[in-house]
Ligand binder design. Sequence first.
Ligand code: UDP
Ligand code: MG
Length: 368
Amino acid sequence: MGLSIIVPCYNEQETLPFFMDAIDRISSQPQLAEKDLEILFVDDGSTDHTLGFLKKLAGTDRRVRYISFSRNFGKEAALYAGLQRARGDLVAVMDVDLQDPPSLLPDMCKAVEAEGYDVAAARRVDRKGEPWLRSVFARSFYRIINKMTDVEMMDGARDFRVMSRSYVDALLGLREYNRFSKGLFSWVGFRTKWFSYENTERVAGHTKWSFWSLFRYSIEGIVAFTTAPLVISSCVGLLLCLLAFIAVVIIVVRKLLFGDPVDGWASLASLITFLGGCQMLFLGIIGQYMAKMYLEVKGRPVYIVAEESAERTGRTVSEGRDGSKDGDLLKAQDVSGGRGLPRVQDISEDRDIPKEQGALKDRVHPKV
Ligand code: UDP
Ligand code: MG
């Protein structure tokens, strides 16, 4: 059975060697050893040496394929491109920074292969190491979106998952431009087995998500999966109309019965400001939906590929990346040397990269 691992990469030159080491270690385990493994890297318009590294890797390791985008299109686009190209009967999605523990892969594959699940998905049970404000907002986001939508989005769920072919085909059937994967994963349904794990920090490099980009992403999620904000706007609008009507009746009655003039301008000014604010807010909400429609209607591609690795030639996976047979690979516990894994230094030599960026070769590989 074939297993494709899709790995989105954006400026990940520091993390890639660690990732390949971890994959090598895990791929020798019984659940994965007999699988036809394909590692499909999606270079999301990196500006560092990620692409150079991937090219070298694909040249020496026939399990590796890569696609490179013409610019940074975002992780969602990278996932979509990977899903479109993955050939395995099982398809996994993993981040390259080892925050998605590769050690879970064998059990996740087993759940889909042997236990009748269509998806094995991972969720972190804590948010250790994450900034406090980010955690608070993330938790609130899940509370709000789960109240507003029919599909359930699990707090802490990662994109890390192993999927069956039919699940992947169902995902690919959703052709929208605004792709909010966490929602799409839930929307297509199927039987999911959850694997919990404790949060781990990035092995190297730094996160590509700022607080602001996460905030925008969460708004996109809400707009993509629910029209509840539009319903709320309409309800508030109705309520305000009702209040205004009551106020008019009171004012007219007071004037007719008691001859009272209308009270001062301050209350009037606050009312106008309040109502103006509400109108702008609701126009903004409608605008969000219109903007998404505008993008959908334009029908632009989700991503543009600048280059892609050559097709794999017929060869069994039991060969290692240096052409060694699987027995050799299984024995190769020491991942540090002589296996054709390109070092950043090699790439620097080819591509005229400043020397300080080649310092990765001195890095001590951590236990994964
Ligand atoms: N990523 C990507 N395109 C982007 C941002 C991120 O392909 O525009 C990839 C990144 O290389 C990594 C994964 O998405 O493999 C998760 O990114 P990151 O670790 O920055 O996110 P976090 O784990 O902090 O949510
Ligand atoms: Mg990460």
